[in-house]
Design a protein around this ligand. Sequence first.
Ligand code: DAK
Length: 255
Amino acid sequence: MDQILAEQLGSVQILKINRPEALNALSKSLVRELDECLDRIKQSREIRALILCGETNFAAGADIKDMVECTETEAKAFSFSPVFNRLATLDIPTIAAIEGYALGGGLELALACDLRIAAETCKLGFPEINLGIMPGAGGTIRAPRLIGPALAKELIMTGSMLDAQRALSIGLVNRVVPKGQVCEEAIKLACKIAGKAPLAMAAAKRTIDAGLEEPDIVSAVEIEAKNWAQLFNTCDQKEGMRAFIEKRTPNYTGK
Ligand code: DAK
């Protein structure tokens, strides 16, 4: 059975994690499948936004049964981080639509996305500390950048779960919607974003992420200025501004 179900709605790609019997725990083979999907998405010129979701759960973490007897070398060979990094650095915007549990590696997967929409009944957290490990696929790095080091340390050190409202209040998720509506909301948001100029979208994403890496604000603003000016080499910049002046809807081609 496919552990990732792929569906394309216009220019929006939906990847649904499909391992309900284990609350969508991320097995090695499931993450390999995800990687193959990312390959296809990277090569596509049609796909302009990606949604990651599950049916009743997002993902209750990496598969503990896969990891329990790992040696250090085997743990290193577990290839979650490279795949999550590839997801995080895709040119297109990515949205995690979170129903149910997003725990451990599941939360790390959601954090590798640009935006997160959560069902009001969902539970998020890093329970790794309860298993004698710590987050290892971006959690200790991406969570502090998103919610600050103190709140990230509290989450990681206690291993406690947060509900959706608390996650919203600390900026861990962008929006909270009623149970059962996350996918619908994510599709609406993805369609809105997918209609924008793709090169500008990619540049905005790359620039925000580069700015977070760059401790010196003057250098960060220089990166922004360079990336901004480069957009004037694109047909889409001319199209966007001409469409405004001509009072019509722009037709972006990604060139
Ligand atoms: N792994 C394997 N199976 C899991 C699972 C998991 N993470 N979570 C749930 N399941 C399975 C259960 O074993 C059970 O299967 P059966 O016993 O029926 O065969 C089934 O899903 C239903 O679960 P429960 O019976 O436990 O359901 P409850 O509603 O009672 O509880 C729960 C739901 C989410 C509170 C509970 O299932 C739970 O605590 N699950 C574990 C959550 C967790 O600790 N997650 C973090 C895992 S550690 C890496 C870096 C990082 C990582 C991996 C690699 N590298 C750098 C390579 C990530 C590590 C983690 O995520």
